[in-house]
Design a protein around this ligand. Structure first.
Ligand SMILES: *Cc1c(COP(=O)(O)O)cnc(C)c1O
Length: 371
């Protein structure tokens, strides 16, 4: 049998050793098995609780009979539709297997060994993982309040080795948001050689609040990432995209595998783009429910900060006990120990009845803990 060369193995092991495995929200099936329950509510992955747009379900059904064919590797139809929506050229768009893939591809394209990737300490963890996987040095910049990107400190952290800067707006898991003028000033102050990834996975939840980032922000190295996973309800399809100068997209495309986005996902996304009213209605319902949850947490003294995403942030000294007891009752929040926030739980905004159930459970548990 052929044996892998020793140095190849050593390099892979060394590289993997640097990587903390990404711990996703616990799947419902796993909790049911662990706890011997028959029902559970997952509020751990910022999914859209209302399901996919019905038009996307129909589109997937119709496309199912064609999956013996490879997808359109260029994604031309979806890119053209997105180009119309955002008033750009299709050559300024790259599609990804989730916006997660776009983030990874972009970091891999622009940063390698010896290069720096700058992000905020409690920013979305994928930036750090992708930087390490690319062999680059991740530079985590502390936040003055432990929650919100400190854009001035991030600017100071940028040096000649910095190839990529990541900004999550709003950020997950902290829910923090910067207004566009602040982002614009940040972009203006950055050197031109830096690629800036503006991760707008939750854009639809703040669109009315901050306005059109694509129209109001300009920087030669700006890559804006959006996704169909959150407000559009297609997390399981895995589809997102990046928007940037055609030269940047052209480079990223060289690192992209030929058929990275599957046909069912593209078909579902195309259909979802015609469902603005559906998306707006559910987004508004989520914002309303988020208000109820935050009011509840506030009145119980455990709201960490106001969130701008489709989730809320609970802070309590006994967060680990709360987590354990919620899981015993079939409720799945997201622990944030992996983010260095062991006293926090991130809770996705669910359906009204799910949120009611959560608040009932939390009421009882918090009373017990405070006794
Ligand atoms: C959910 C999320 C994403 C990635 O979502 P995809 O499903 O890969 O499109 C990217 N950035 C942030 C901040 C997120 O919370």
């Amino acid at each position: 049998m052929l044996r892998p060369q020793v140095d190849w193995t050593a390099r892979a092991v060394r590289q993997a050793g640097l990587l903390q495995p990404y711990v996703p929200g616990k799947p419902v099936e796993q909790l049911l098995r662990e706890q011997g329950l028959s029902e559970a509510v997952k509020l751990a992955s910022n999914e859209n609780p209302y399901g996919p747009p019905p038009a996307s379900i129909d589109a997937i059904r119709q496309a199912a009979g064609h999956v013996h064919r490879y997808p359109d590797g260029d994604g031309s139809e979806l890119k053209q539709r997105l180009a119309n929506k955002h008033d750009v050229d299709p050559s300024q768009i790259v599609l990804g297997n989730g916006s997660n893939e776009v983030l990874e591809l972009a970091i891999r394209t622009f940063a390698g060994p010896g290069d720096g990737v700058v992000y905020s300490e409690h920013a979305f963890i994928v930036y750090a993982l992708a930087a390490t996987a690319a062999g680059a040095d991740g530079v985590a910049v502390p936040e003055s309040d432990g929650l919100s990107h400190d854009l001035d400190a991030m600017l100071e952290a940028v040096d000649a080795r910095t190839k990529v800067v990541c900004v999550a707006n709003p950020n997950n898991p902290t829910g923090s948001l910067h207004e566009l003028p602040a982002i614009r000033a940040f972009l203006d102050a950055l050197p031109e050689h830096v690629l800036v990834i503006l991760d707008e996975a939750y854009y639809e939840y703040v669109a009315d609040e901050i306005g059109d980032s694509l129209k109001r922000l300009h920087h030669p190295g700006l890559l804006v990432c959006r996704t169909f996973s959150k407000a559009y309800g297609l997390a399981g399809c895995r589809i997102g995209y990046g928007l940037a100068d055609a030269a940047i997209i052209g480079l990223i495309n060289r690192f992209r595998e030929p058929f990275n986005v599957n046909q069912l996902a593209m078909t579902a996304a195309l259909a979802a783009l015609d469902e603005d009213a559906w998306v707006k209605e559910r987004t508004a319902a989520t914002l309303h429910e988020r208000g109820r949850l935050e009011q509840f947490l506030q009145s119980h003294g455990c709201l960490a900060a106001a969130s701008h995403g489709n989730f809320v942030l609970l802070r309590h000294a006994s967060a680990d006990t709360l987590l354990l007891n919620l899981e015993r009752r079939g409720m799945i929040p997201r622990p944030l120990a992996a983010y260095g926030m062991p006293d926090c739980l991130r809770i996705s905004v669910g359906l009204r009845e799910e949120n009611d159930l959560l608040m009932t459970m939390l009421s009882g548990l918090l009373d017990e803990l405070n006794d």
